[in-house]
Design a protein around this ligand. Structure first.
Ligand code: NAD
Length: 406
């Protein structure tokens, strides 16, 4: 079963086997998106020629509120991938307890092969084709892989010109100057930290944990800084080229400086170079995959020696690996809970735009903490109620909330 959408459906089917109220007509409804839209975007290139790009928007469910989810620019973006991510967004928003549904979009393109002007024209083209189905009360896109705050600003500008809409609440992840929220940059890493706080004692983890983080981009580097600022020892981090280990803890600020200069983590003074595979097998309290999907697999799950896994990447643990970790009694705090800080602050941005307000960073963080702690508590309670894993608890919680709204 290699189709990612079939794999995602298998999870909701498993939830329906545990809680029978989630089967039958409801399950049939959840197996298909409300709408999946494929568009062609005819775009003028800098040399005067015209090129057609294929674009997508999948609106999975708006039972709990407007569709919400990112737009991905990637040569391999296809409708099955976008459909899967739209279903996961539906579940994530429900777990986070925000009044939004789930969607996802994309354009099949290689951003590095386009000039900035071409990128702007194709982005605006995506909006022109989809404007009818977007809007603050309909569908609120956001950035995803290879889409930036600047692209959100172009898209938002195009939408407002086309429709006369004035709030700017149709796109989130915008630059602060055009209605973006404070705190969006660190939101996913910080939300992951608040989730961890909600579970630390319950999972029997020590007051000061030893942490290993795979990925040192937006999510991984912010998480590393936040955990170490709060007195935890980040003993290892990695990026696509490999990682570094220092049993006494890494100085994250200095490591960021080192990476900027050396363009690599390797060779950081006082640390030992390690591979990504070695990082996943380190003895530590919390292993945080924060790079990309399917990194903990059937082949390496048995080697994991962390006491718990906090999934900040989307889908980092393959289904077979999940079972192995469960047998080893290593709890996995699932992605749809642990990395929902990003979409929660996107929801705050939408709220601020609709109300014509701009909240301080402190206000954003305080609200984020409240949402993440509540979601962590709810997931734990649900997994205990059904005597199942935290992942299944989160999926059941999400589906029950969606079903109630329907
Ligand atoms: P990013 O591009 O900023 O960083 C990705 C990091 O992963 C980089 O350090 C990169 O070097 C590393 N990486 C790439 N290939 C690797 C490999 N083979 N082995 C080890 N490391 C590798 O991306 P990001 O925004 O930090 O996102 C990371 C993950 O978090 C993704 O799964 C993303 O879907 C998920 N996520 C991100 C957000 C967000 O707000 N940015 C929200 C929810 C989920």
């Amino acid at each position: 079963m290699d189709n990612p959408f079939e794999k995602a459906l298998a999870l909701i089917e498993q939830a329906a086997q545990i809680d029978p109220a989630l089967g039958g007509e409801f399950l049939a409804r959840m197996r298909v998106p409300d709408r999946d839209i494929r568009i062609s975007i005819s775009t003028r290139m800098d040399d005067g020629s015209t090129k057609i790009f294929e674009g997508y928007r999948v609106q999975y469910s708006n039972a709990r509120g407007p569709y919400k989810g990112g737009v991905r620019y990637h040569p391999l973006a296809d409708i099955d991938e976008v459909k899967t991510l739209a279903l996961l967004m539906t579940l994530k928003c429900a777990v986070a307890g925000i009044p939004m549904g789930g969607g996802k979009g994309g354009i099949s393109l290689e951003p590095e092969k386009l000039s900035k002007a071409e990128l702007e024209r194709v982005s605006r083209g995506w909006v022109r084709k989809l404007a009818d189905v977007l809007g603050p009360a309909k569908d609120v896109p956001a950035p995803d892989i290879n889409t930036t705050p600047e692209i959100m600003a172009w898209m938002n500008d195009e939408y407002m010109k086309l429709t006369g809409e004035k709030t700017g609440a149709t796109f989130t992840g915008k630059p602060i100057e055009v209605g973006g929220s404070e705190g969006r940059g660190v939101a996913t890493g910080l939300g992951g930290f608040y989730t961890f706080l909600g579970f630390r004692e319950k999972l029997g983890l020590p007051g000061k944990c030893r942490i290993a983080i795979q990925g040192f981009g937006n999510v991984g580097a912010n998480a590393a800084e936040i955990f170490s600022k709060h007195g935890h020892k980040v003993i290892a981090v990695s990026d696509s080229k490999g990682g570094v280990l220092a049993e006494g803890g890494l100085d994250i600020k200095e490591l960021l400086e080192h990476k900027k200069k050396a363009r690599s983590l390797a060779g950081f003074p006082g640390s030992k170079n390690i591979t990504n595979e070695e990082l996943l097998a380190l003895e530590c309290d919390v292993l945080i995959p924060a790079a990309f999907e399917n990194v903990i697999t059937e082949a390496n799950a048995d080697k994991v020696r962390a006491k718990a896994v906090l999934e900040l990447a989307n889908g980092p643990t393959a289904a077979e690996a999940d079972e192995i970790l469960q047998k080893k009694n290593i709890p996995v705090i699932p992605d749809i809970l642990a990395n929902s800080g990003g979409v929660t602050v996107s929801y705050f941005e939408w709220q601020q735009n609709l109300a014509g307000e701009h909240w301080s960073e402190a206000e954003v963080f305080e609200k984020l903490k409240k949402y993440m702690s509540t979601a962590a508590k709810d997931v734990l309670a649900k997994s205990r109620e059904w005597k199942t894993t935290l992942r299944m608890g989160a999926i059941i919680l999400a589906l029950e909330r969606i079903r109630a709204a329907m």
